[in-house]
Design a protein around this ligand. Structure first.
Ligand code: AMP
Ligand code: MG
Length: 360
């Protein structure tokens, strides 16, 4: 079963979005249709979160397994009480600091939220996105909007309307093109229903930022094999965000890692394979002279995040047989980047020892 539609792409100016387009999108959502829309993290594929049939269309369009719940998006704090019950004070403190923004809170669900939104759980994930187009569209819709990322299941997340079109043309009623997603990785998911607040997925809000408000924060991302029956923390499958190419993630000191990447690239090229490298700008000169394709990840960790999924898609489309990438630092946004790269690599990490043997 899939969902079919005549996809209409509407380009809007994010500073001054066309209210007719947003009103139409709101109406389509209320009537049970699917609307892809920009957020500051990645593009979302939205449906009325109060309508189980509409939510079922998201799963059909994405070919997403029913055991992977979706995040509910709101534009105003007042909507929270429609979605969740027994909301702790901490939720409001976090909302005050981080909403609108890249933090998703997991709370006890209300009866208004159908069970396919939460994949049968009694908890619901909620976020208020910061993108002006998303906020304006949610206000026009009036209903809370369930929205996972607007990609086909297990493909790299979409950070442009073109990515959404490539994956979902013919399966979504409207794609609102509001430009590139600024952050480029998904929201941080924080579970407030556990005895200790627990980060289930690192994302756009860093662990350091959260610890300023929740000092006793637990961090428990899950990496499960792709064939697991029911994913306890959804989105936790190790195969996620996958390119068609094989992606190899290199871990170790930057200089030995770069040497190892050059050698690996050389070997594959000798075998007649096409090699792509994802690299921060500062690394590029190290790969000079190799017959490879490079996707540039910029000069800062924020640029890296904003370009990551687009870079993976670009190398994949060229196409590349193999994509090599060096693991970024483990702080700030880097924690989320490592998580996404590990999943894109399906868990395959090349550990490079400090004194790499010559024969590597
Ligand atoms: P996305 O992966 O961007 O499509 O967003 C959906 C993700 O939100 C899921 O894969 C989960 O990781 C997370 N999520 C949604 N609802 C819940 C929930 N009730 N409990 C825990 N995580 C959730
Ligand atoms: Mg996703």
């Amino acid at each position: 079963m899939t969902y079919t539609a005549n996809t209409f792409v509407a380009k809007v100016d994010r500073r001054n979005p066309d209210h007719q387009v947003l009103a139409l999108a709101g109406e389509i959502l209320r009537e049970g249709g699917l609307v892809a829309f920009p957020t500051e993290t990645v593009y979302g594929l939205g449906a009325n979160a109060l309508d189980a049939d509409a939510v079922a269309r998201i799963f059909a369009a994405k070919e997403r397994p029913a055991n992977d719940p979706v995040i509910v998006h709101i534009h105003a704090l007042e909507q929270l009480e429609q979605i969740a019950i027994e909301i702790p004070v901490l939720a409001y403190q976090l909302a005050e600091k981080f909403w609108a923004g890249a933090l998703t809170l997991v709370l006890k669900k209300s009866d208004a939220i159908p069970l396919n939104v939460t994949a049968g759980r009694n908890t619901v994930a909620v976020r208020m996105p910061a993108h002006p187009v998303a906020l304006a569209m949610l206000a026009k819709a009036g209903v809370p909007v369930g929205a996972p990322s607007a990609n086909r299941f297990s493909r790299p997340s979409p950070t442009t309307a073109a990515h959404v079109y490539g994956d979902l043309n013919g399966r979504v009623d409207v794609i609102i093109d509001g430009g590139n997603s600024d952050i480029g990785v998904e929201s941080t998911i924080l579970d407030l229903t556990t005895p200790v607040p627990t980060v289930l997925r690192p994302g756009g809000v860093s662990l350091e930022e959260l610890r300023a408000i929740v000092p006793a924060l637990a961090f428990r991302p899950q990496y499960l094999p792709a064939d697991v029956e029911s994913a306890p923390a959804p989105g936790s499958l190790i195969k996620h965000y996958s390119p068609n190419a094989e992606l190899l993630l290199f871990r170790g000191k930057p200089d030995v890692v770069i040497t190892a990447m050059r050698k690996t690239a050389d070997q594959y090229i000798t075998e007649g394979k096409t090699v792509g490298i994802l690299a921060p700008d500062a690394d590029v000169l190290n790969f000079e002279g190799l017959n490879i394709q490079i996707a540039l990840l910029g000069r800062t960790v924020a640029e890296y995040a904003a370009r990551l999924f687009a870079g993976i898609r670009a190398l994949d489309d060229m196409p590349s047989d193999i994509i090599l990438v060096r693991e970024p630092d483990d702080d700030g946004l880097g924690v989320a980047l490592r998580d996404r790269l590990l999943r894109a690599a399906e868990g395959k990490v090349v550990e490079v020892p400090e004194h790499a043997p010559e024969t590597l």
